[in-house]
Design a protein around this ligand. Structure first.
Ligand code: FPP
Length: 261
């Protein structure tokens, strides 16, 4: 997973090639998290029903998942459906669930070919049995993959995740003095994974929308006006380049990796 893997699929002379050549592959973000927003606006600008925006958004999901794996990103998390999204019309919710099932069914082979492990983060137990079944198949079949970890945040809420972690701590009988930040982090849905270094949001909104609230404490945030269905590898590369120009200080004076040099 490297520049060569990206160049192998980039059109010579394309923006992807130019951007990829500028990336420092030794300083990639370990974990990229994306708030995929703007599907509805993409559709309404084309006088299409909102669900057509979600349908078109699947092509972006496919492109970003494969591009991230090619780049060598360790963890990619996409925010597909929040706990709050149940407030949307039932027809939109059911289209989103169908699209998700379809994506998993069609893309499982590609995930396996690319050695991508798939996981759900969120309250999976509350989803309909047919959706859960498809998700479990995806998780089980890819469980032996050792390349990129692809999390789909589904029926997910950041505050709910923190409450669920607190409940787990109580259920495990942890004493107050046994609980610190690393231990609590292990109890989150993303336990064992690095925190996101880079949080991308499409469609220009400046909000974190209850996404990975604990984990994004020190994430670099990159917002683009591009609507999710238009988002492609090129935009991901732009985000990574912007990230690599940031000065990460974690509240201190220098990036820990280079402090003391
Ligand atoms: C936000 O756009 C997008 C969503 C709520 C759903 C995102 C889901 C997908 C792209 C499809 C399924 C995902 C996977 C991972 C297979 P919006 O509808 O809020 O847009 P708007 O703000 O323009 O109305």
């Amino acid at each position: 997973m490297s520049l060569q893997d990206i160049l192998a699929v980039a059109v010579p002379g394309s923006p992807e090639e130019t951007l990829a050549r500028q990336i420092n592959f030794d300083r990639l973000p370990s974990h990229v998290a994306i708030i995929m927003d703007g599907n509805g606006r993409w559709a309404s600008r084309r006088h299409l029903p909102r669900v057509e925006g979600h349908r078109a958004g699947i092509d972006s999901v496919r492109d970003v998942v494969e591009s991230s794996a090619r780049l060598g990103i360790q963890v990619l998390t996409l925010y597909a459906f929040s706990l709050e999204n149940w407030k949307r019309p039932a027809s939109e919710v059911s289209t989103l669930m169908s699209l998700l099932k379809r994506y998993l069914r069609l893309e499982l082979k590609t995930l396996l070919t690319n050695n991508i492990r798939f996981r759900v983060v969120g309250r999976k137990d509350e989803l309909a049995p047919d959706v859960r079944r498809e998700l479990t198949i995806g998780e089980e079949r890819t469980s032996g993959c050792t390349g990129m970890l692809f999390n789909i945040a589904l029926n997910y809420g950041g505050r709910a995740e923190i409450v669920d972690a607190a409940r787990r701590a109580i259920a495990a009988g942890l004493k107050p003095e046994e609980l610190d930040e690393p231990r609590f982090g292990e109890l989150l849905y993303t336990g064992g994974q690095p925190d996101p270094d880079l949080l991308i949001r499409t469609s220009g909104e400046m909000r974190v929308s209850n996404f990975l609230l604990w984990q994004i404490a020190y994430a670099e945030i990159w917002v683009t006006d591009t609507l999710w269905p238009d988002f492609r590898c090129r935009h991901l590369l732009e985000a990574i380049l912007a990230y690599q120009k940031r000065d990460r200080r974690y509240g201190g004076l220098k990036e820990p990796a280079i402090a003391g040099r």
